[in-house]
Design a protein around this ligand. Sequence first.
Ligand code: COA
Ligand code: AMP
Length: 636
Amino acid sequence: MGYKEAYEAWAADPCMFWAQAAEALDWIKPPQTVLDDSRAPIFAWYPDGVMNTCWNAVDRHVEAGRGRQAAIIYDSPVTATKRTITYAELLAQVARLGGALRSRGVEKGDRVVIYMPMVPEALIAMLACARIGAVHSVVFGGFAAHELAVRIDDAKPKAIIAGSCGIEPGRVVPYKPLLDGAIQQAGHKPEFCAIFQREQQPAELGERDVEWFAFQRGVEPAECVPVSGDEPLYILYTSGTTGQPKGVPRPSAGHAVALCWTMKNIYDIDPGDVCWTASDVGWVVGHSYICYAPLLHGATTVLFEGKPVGTPDAGTFWRVISEHGVKVLFTAPTAFRAIKRVDPKGEFIRKHDLNCLKYLFLAGERADPDTIHWAQDMLGVPVIDHWWQTETGWTIAGNPMGLEPLPVKVGSACVPMPGYDLRILGEDGHELPRGELGAIAIKLPMPPGCLQTLWQAEERYRDSYLKRFSGSYDTSDAGIIDEDGYVYVMARTDDVINVAGHRLSTGAIEEVLSALPDVAECAVIGVADELKGQLPMGFLCLNCGVDRPQEEIVEEAIAQVRSQIGPVAAFKLACVVERLPKTRSGKILRGTMAKISDGEEFKMPATIDDPAILEEIQDAVERLGYGDSRDHETRP
Ligand code: COA
Ligand code: AMP
């Protein structure tokens, strides 16, 4: 079946399509209802099916004879460690940790926050939660105590699993003081914390803490707990317009079905193949394609701890690919920009045998044409851009390599996947003709695996995603669909920015800045950056009578964002201004500021090739008010 046939089959009978896809799973009780639309616009896929994600990702492969196959290849140049974990070993470790959690009272439905660096124990912790039906919430290690505290207060975990430290180039990042600080700040207190001690910096344990191995000693391994299809497997927090992140709950069965479908059809991966997603388990890409999808499909996942350059050199990616026989590499364009910058001629690439590599997939931010062309020339494999969000958990638009490779159009994330009915809508919600730029909306229901609400915040879900366009999900991305049905994702329509493939809320940074004693008001916008795509830049208006040196205030502002939000905010640009441009109603004109900060010409972060189209897009983006506060959540 080719792409067109698959898309048409889905469009003709979505329930039949997703019922067939669901056959890829082992069910404890197969679903009778594929889609429950009785509470539309809140939907549920496979609500009466019963399954367990860990069983499908681990146990069933051991039963089927894959016990000795590598499940995880851990490669950590920053600690000079390599380790292979087979499916049988993974099963034993996951069952033991699940048993330990249970022995301390963690039950089905309880939340467990995971705050770990890129070590196999992070995946083991996720799977152990899945095994016992506990709902994990992984928090990215680059977030600091305050952000962790906000997530603890929202998820209300019974337990936290954390590593003692992370490793960043040239420094060890102690996680335990950040964790302790977060628990101190949070209103909710977990009952206990299981700490995985790393030799680079073991942590001092307190009364609430228990050491990882001691925690698991002598426990009965846990069996897989039956979970209903629409119960959440995990909650992943993501940035919105305000400082309060959105908790995206991932429905268990829909997630497993959708990810299984993507492995062959989109990524062309077969069971036993090796795939490497160079991201972090703290992001959705890491949840889906470092952890769950490869394991659900019986493939081998590479877990890489390090950076693309400097660990030890710009050849690290190529060494990992050739050493482990990686067939598919998936990363963010920013990683390739980093490599290209230090190895523009690809000298490090030529030192390695990359015959095993068949595809490079890019996502997380707009893939700029330069990077795509460079990667294509250097690697000689298809470079596939695809578009998705934390909310969807898998590809909205992409080029389905296993189903049918379609011609690549540089600048486009290709075509909508089965499950997604995309519309380009104007301000008033009417559908725009092909080739015109507008808001990208997805006609409801969203396919299996996508969010169907926000964690304990259904009203916020309706307000943020469903209110703007009746009957559709608002992606908060603006774009174009061309005559051939190709989708071009051009810009966010809200105040979210994308820094090195990481999604950040300018509102969250503004909240930190406006709490500074000398700051009367402030605005944060994204400015174009060659390496990271965008960088946040802060503008500070000071209170009358403040006579401290401005540099001191700027330094304080930068330090405060780093300590409150974390280094991942990459907040290094700030300046003091007399006043901020505002509308008559007092709204700050962030779009205007973005234009000014980029010079005379308004520059999009990256564009499609034709300058005429570009000009049109820029005009239209201006009309849409790109950069202005457009999310439907309240923001002053
Ligand atoms: N724990 C603690 N600190 C972290 C961290 C973690 N898990 N992850 C990042 N940081 C820190 C970095 O050390 C850096 O600190 P610095 O300001 O002291 O230099 C800061 O957060 C910003 O990190 P980042 O934006 O990642 O910049 P970088 O210069 O360290 O690396 C890239 C840039 C492009 C090499 C890197 O972001 C990358 O490989 N990205 C591609 C893959 C990816 O992560 N995609 C995300 C979704 S697909
Ligand atoms: P996240 O939720 O962190 O995965 O970020 C999702 C956002 O990143 C999307 O809403 C887009 O704005 C952007 N994004 C992700 N992938 C792409 C892509 N292939 N092209 C353009 N933008 C992308």
